[in-house]
Design a protein around this ligand. Structure first.
Ligand SMILES: Nc1ncnc2c1ncn2[C@@H]1O[C@H](COP(=O)(O)OP(=O)(O)O)[C@@H](O)[C@H]1O
Ligand SMILES: Cc1ncc(COP(=O)(O)O)c(C=O)c1O
Length: 303
């Protein structure tokens, strides 16, 4: 079996960097073979004014995946990574993919990034919440929701740090070994606080840590969650302590966001912020920061 081979089921965009477009290069740089299934093929991410393209349906997923199974290729994967999915039927079909991969290789790690939206805005149908909560999360080994997604799944608002730990415990109660909330606003509008909780064999309490990041720039970037998931997958594979993986993930991410932010055109005289085309993550140009992240922010252990 290849040690580092990911089946990545996410979006493809022709222009820009979200989904598979932003997961593939970093994973390859970090030594993974990456086999991609494109859940959608869109001209660009869904924030742009015009969004054109195709969404793969569940029978098309079944067909392409059945070919992998017929050729006995499905046992080769060390990891399954899922992110942005376009339709509820396709999302449900992923449960069969997970079960088939786990049957072929019980050690396969299912990394579920339950992409649903951000800052109170859904970018998928709202029925996704129930499907993730009841069908996908119970099969997942690692999850990386943002604050909005973690709240939707657990049914609990995150206002205090205690709320975040309760939400992470909710994921553990649903069978998840490593749960990370990639960012929360509990430390105010200028900072992002990530929460990590990891179940350890033969320990009754999870190992917990937080990591505080100053917010870079005054605009939002798209694809950061997808990039977070890909980097965290690679670093949890290489490090037995997930908080070390979180530090490395954030080190690369912050460098990429800084490299992107530094090249933004200035805010126009009328106060208009740079458009999405200027905010596409500079991933290829940040290869060194992916290969060899310089950890500037350490995680803090939480008892
Ligand atoms: N403005 C920002 N400044 C600094 N880091 C950011 C910024 N936006 C995103 N990030 C980084 O990207 C990661 C994922 O972002 P997040 O907003 O949690 O995910 P999503 O894109 O899924 O909403 C965060 O953990 C953080 O490291
Ligand atoms: C097609 C597509 N995939 C993935 C994403 C997820 O992006 P993020 O990583 O910022 O959550 C988006 C967000 O707009 C999208 O449009």
């Amino acid at each position: 079996m290849a040690e580092k081979r990911v089946l990545s089921i996410q979006s493809h965009v022709v222009h820009g960097y979200v989904g598979n477009k932003c997961a593939t290069f970093p994973l390859q740089v970090l030594g993974f073979d990456v086999d991609t299934i494109n859940s959608v093929q869109l001209c660009n991410h869904t924030g742009y004014k015009h969004v054109k393209g195709q969404r793969m349906n569940d029978s098309e997923l079944e067909e392409v995946f059945s070919g992998l199974v017929l050729n006995d290729l499905h046992g080769l994967y060390s990891h399954l990574l899922t992110g942005y999915i376009g339709t509820p039927e396709f999302l449900r079909k992923i449960t069969d993919v997970v079960k088939t991969l786990k049957k072929a290789n019980p050690k396969v790690v299912y990394f579920c990034d339950p992409v649903m939206g951000d800052n109170g805005r859904f970018y998928v149908p709202e029925s996704f919440v129930e499907i993730y909560r009841d069908e996908l999360i119970p099969l997942a080994d690692i999850v990386s929701p943002n604050q909005f997604e973690a709240e939707l799944l657990s049914g609990k608002k995150i206002v205090t740090e205690k709320d975040a730990w309760d939400v992470l415990d909710w994921f553990h109660q649903h069978g998840v070994k490593i749960a990370v909330i990639s960012s929360t606003s509990v430390r105010g509008p200028d900072n992002l606080l990530a929460f990590l909780s990891e179940l350890l064999p033969e320990e009754s309490k999870p190992r917990r840590s937080t990591l505080l990041m100053p917010k870079i720039g005054s605009v939002n970037f798209t694809g950061t969650g997808d990039l977070f998931a890909a980097l965290f997958l690679a670093h949890t594979n290489a490090n037995s302590n997930a908080s070390v993986a979180l530090e490395k993930t954030v080190a690369s991410l912050q460098a990429i966001i800084r490299n992107t932010s530094n090249r933004l055109p200035p805010v126009s005289q009328s106060g208009e912020k740079p458009g999405f085309v200027h905010r596409e993550l500079r991933i290829v140009q940040s290869k060194k920061d992916i290969e060899d992240p310089e950890v500037l922010i350490k995680a803090s252990a939480h008892s």
